[in-house]
Ligand binder design. Sequence first.
Ligand code: HEM
Ligand SMILES: CC(C)=CCC/C(C)=C/CC/C(C)=C/COP(=O)(O)OP(=O)(O)O
Length: 321
Amino acid sequence: MSESAIKTDIQLGGASAPLGASGELDLSEVRDWIALLKPRVMSLVVFTGLVGLLVAPGHIHPVLAATAILCIAVAAGASGAINMWYDRDIDAVMRRTASRPIPAGRIRPQAALTFGIFLAIASVVVMGLATNWVAGAALAGSIGFYVFIYTMWLKRRTPQNIVIGGAAGAFPPAIGWAAVTGNLGVEALVMFAIIFVWTPPHFWSLALFANGDYQRAGVPMLPVVAGAKETRRQIWLYSLVMAPLGLLPTVIGMAGLAYGAAALVLGGFFLEAIWRVKRDVQDEAGVSRSNDAPARYAFKFSILYLFLLFAALAADRMIFG
Ligand code: HEM
Ligand SMILES: CC(C)=CCC/C(C)=C/CC/C(C)=C/COP(=O)(O)OP(=O)(O)O
């Protein structure tokens, strides 16, 4: 089916509003609207944003801090909703995403788009008014990166889509930092850099075992275009940069030795997980054994890694000052 045919098909798929025919709130429809916000991805985005805010020097009123974190959550959710609106044709052909509310016909594309745009604008305006416009502008930048640079421009054009588009997800700690300080100092840049370099191993591990989906949808992710072997090589190279980068907060005096030790251990486990991906999946002739387990493990561990690394950063600052 052509792209436009799929889109039309989906558009005809069904109406939606959070109120059922009787006018009562339908919980399953509420769940669908929440699903549009990609809440599980959002949770780690919010957590890294919170850590950026906690480690920043200076004072912010707790209510304003909570507002800033809510704005990061809403912005991430809004861009997820706009991403699902735009990608409804490819989401419909990928097994992992086919049951999402738009391709499954439970939410109208136009309604999802309106919802996403409204939340995106609201999050930026509230962030700017409640904290400062450096944080507001950085939030707008991260939405713009995810929606325009990654989703609408690069995702369907180049296997480097997530390297460049990955900047979107690297912003949140810098936004949290800016909400308190009103600027984007070197510490904000370091937190940005860690997530930026973490993103390729995170995503390409998933792309290795979701390769069939991306092939079917015609999305030029690295394993589709360059093959699994080259993808594993690149994941390994990014990880070799990422693990030492995790030590930078201690090197620049932003965190102490306790964080440094945690980053060292976590980096070691990360490299071990990625080494298994690089080493395990090829037979002597270079043919994939189709063993997804190392890539699945590396993808899951990437999430745990980032969570623990940022938790260590916050704990180091809060315990040792
Ligand atoms: C361009 C950058 C990124 C890409 C392309 C990407 C891609 C993905 C994809 C495709 C999934 C599977 C989602 C699903 O099945 O619903 C996923 C899961 C996840 N991502 Fe990323 N990601 C990126 C950046 C990030 C960032 C920056 C974070 C957080 C700081 C993050 C956190 C997560 C989490 C927590 C999950 C697991 C969700 C679950 O439990 O299902 N990702 N990512
Ligand atoms: C503050 C703010 C705006 C933050 C948003 C940043 C963020 C979480 C970026 C990560 C992007 C992400 C989850 C991409 C998933 O790829 P995809 O969209 O190709 O995945 P899919 O195939 O699951 O839709």
